[in-house]
Design a protein around this ligand. Structure first.
Ligand code: PRP
Ligand code: URA
Length: 212
């Protein structure tokens, strides 16, 4: 099983280019994030369990297919919220559970501030949603929480990842699959991805005060 999939598709590259551009407005940013989330989810859902079902069309009977996997989406607040709706459109029976993690501004270390994962029967697969995988600290904290829930299959969907972030997740959680739009080479001294797109949460929710 390939653990890291960089989804190499002209539409991914096209939408990512607009997403990264400094002049892209929050309105367009949210729309692009939705489109990119659908493209990543198309790849990430390719191995969902499905069973044959018998149906009647208006003309005849036939065997079709029904996805039976119990799926949960776990967005990391805030920026992961922008990825939920397009994936729910593709997987309407999915559950959604929220995790709140922010990076401390001085240390860039993750701080968990909201965790409502249930204690009940875990799903078959979790799609962990966060557009940015920078140092990997937030994703690793989230994966630990999801593993404590008892989930066996975790797929992390990120629009942009740094090389360091991918390495952090694959080193600490070798069973986690990563689906990413593009892997960027660097982190700057504030631990922002370079070239990146800046702060995904701020650009999604129009709370940008500084674009360094
Ligand atoms: C961003 C991003 C990730 C995290 C990535 O969130 O959405 O959660 O940083 O960085 P890491 O890989 O180094 O942990 P942020 O902390 O800015 O919170 P926000 O979504 O509320 O803006
Ligand atoms: N969080 C973001 O939103 N962007 C980065 O480049 C790093 C962390």
């Amino acid at each position: 099983m390939t653990q890291v999939t960089e989804v190499d598709h002209p539409l991914v590259r096209h939408h990512l280019t607009r997403l990264r551009a400094r002049e892209t407005t929050p309105h367009e940013f949210r729309s692009l994030l939705r489109q990119l989330s659908s493209l990543l989810a198309y790849e990430a859902t390719a191995d969902l369990t499905a069973y044959p079902v018998s149906i009647q069309t208006p003309l005849t009977s036939m065997m079709g297919t029904q996805v039976t996997a119990k799926v949960a989406l776990v967005p990391i607040l805030r920026a992961g919220l922008g990825m939920v709706d397009p994936i729910l459109d593709l997987v309407p029976h999915a559950e959604v559970w929220h995790l709140g993690v922010y990076r401390d501004e001085t240390t860039a270390k993750p701080v968990e501030y909201y965790n409502k994962l249930p204690q009940t029967q875990p799903p078959d697969v979790v799609f962990l949603l966060d557009p940015m995988l920078a140092t990997g600290g937030s994703a690793c904290m989230a994966i630990s929480a999801i593993q404590r829930w008892g989930v066996g299959s975790i797929k992390l969907l990120s629009v942009i990842a740094s090389r360091d972030g991918v390495k952090a997740v694959t080193d600490q959680f070798p069973g986690t699959q990563i689906f990413v739009g593009q892997i960027d080479p660097d982190l700057n001294h504030h631990k922002y991805i370079v070239p990146g797109l800046g702060d995904a949460g701020d650009r999604t929710f129009n709370t940008l005060r500084y674009l360094g």
